[in-house]
Design a protein around this ligand. Sequence first.
Ligand code: FAD
Length: 429
Amino acid sequence: MEKPKAVLIVGGGIAGIQAALDLGDMGIKVHLVEKNPSIGGRMAQLDKTFPTNDCSICILSPKLADCFRHQNITLHTLSEVKEVKGQMRDFSIKLRKYARFVDEEKCVNCGDCSAKCPVKVPDEFDMKLRKREAIYPYYLQGVPAVMTIDREKCLYLTREVCKICEKFCAREAIDFEQKDTDVTLRVGAIIVATGFDPYDPSGISQYGYERYRNVIQSLEYERLICASGPTGGHLLRLSDNKPADRIAFIQCVGSRDFRNNRYCSSVCCMHATKEAMLAYEHDPKVKSHIFYMDLRAGGKGFQEYVSRGEQEYNISYIRGRVAKITEDHDENPIIWYEETQTSETKKMTVDLAVLATSFVPRKNVEELAGTLGVELDEHGFFKTDPLSPLDTTRLGIFTCGCCREPTDIPESVAQASGAAGRAAEAVMG
Ligand SMILES: Cc1cc2nc3c(=O)[nH]c(=O)nc-3n(C[C@H](O)[C@H](O)[C@H](O)COP(=O)(O)OP(=O)(O)OC[C@H]3O[C@@H](n4cnc5c(N)ncnc54)[C@H](O)[C@@H]3O)c2cc1C
């Protein structure tokens, strides 16, 4: 049988998308597998991106559309890899495609169905800061632009009552008869690009996350300040909906910490600077303080970005690890810290504290690594070798982006193009 000139990409974030577009443009067939209802990954959740402060979804959207339309790319959303057999140049893949219960050909994402759905559950894309229905668009600009029924929350699928969405869908796109299906694919190479999760800071009890309503984590902040987010882009405190004028950004929460993750998450110094800049752009009254251990501004134009933050955006950088956060009677967080440059212990009252949580491997990464037959490193990221940094431990399987190590978008894109090159070599060789 002829060897397949096709590549499987697992994970439809910016890294997987870039690798798919590069391979597709080389004339190689790509199967892009995404477990969520839409592609886009974490970048779709961000408001703006450093170092240019471009609107994240505005630069991502054309890539989503290109992926969707590309003649060499097949999107498999709501799908997972269940089995990998064979070897480089001839892998056989078993893919499980979960039912969406909505006909993708008929749905036009009008929202008539969700407007009538009686179920309200926390929305994962908006970091549970707002509620969504059981039939919902994963996010406004998601691709494919269709609704999805949450099988665990839908009243019909759990209790056989309701079906209101079906009644109000003029295009008859609701299909409760859809079943999960298994598909077999043959590919010559695989790229893993499953990204990261934010570390759950509730275990660091001294910071009061989940105990204090005005202590939030960075990805929640990104959704709060984003125009398509739960507050329409107004930076309001969760306790009283008042604007946050004094903000503390606490760095290295769960990173560079022997009790949690020893590694540096590498992106947080820059994203905190960006987030403080955005607050100032929304309201020049805002004063931001960034509490850091070491400022890591190692990328192209990054040091200049930090200097601009200090000079033009009213940001103070305070060197010191925050010991604890308490709160006053108005639910204002109080930051207790040692300023290491003067060895003074101090406290500061703010309106909002934002925890820059470390990047950790995706939940269930061990299961995926087992299915792929590749090794993870001591932290749970896909293991690579310094001299072949995009190759996993199994021939023909490559990796890029944040499942390899914490990286920003430019670096994830660069790695994706590198991984696409390695995969192309494998299938064409
Ligand atoms: C608060 C915050 C702010 C940030 N701001 C910036 C910024 O301003 N500029 C910048 O350059 N970077 C920023 N970043 C970093 C940026 O988010 C990452 O660099 C980027 O998202 C990495 O892309 P990725 O494709 O590797 O991973 P992800 O974005 O995590 O995408 C991975 C995809 O894989 C899917 N997936 C996971 N497991 C599976 C599986 N088993 N099967 C199928 N699919 C799977 C996921 O659902 C997801 O869609 C920020 C990060 C955070 C946390």
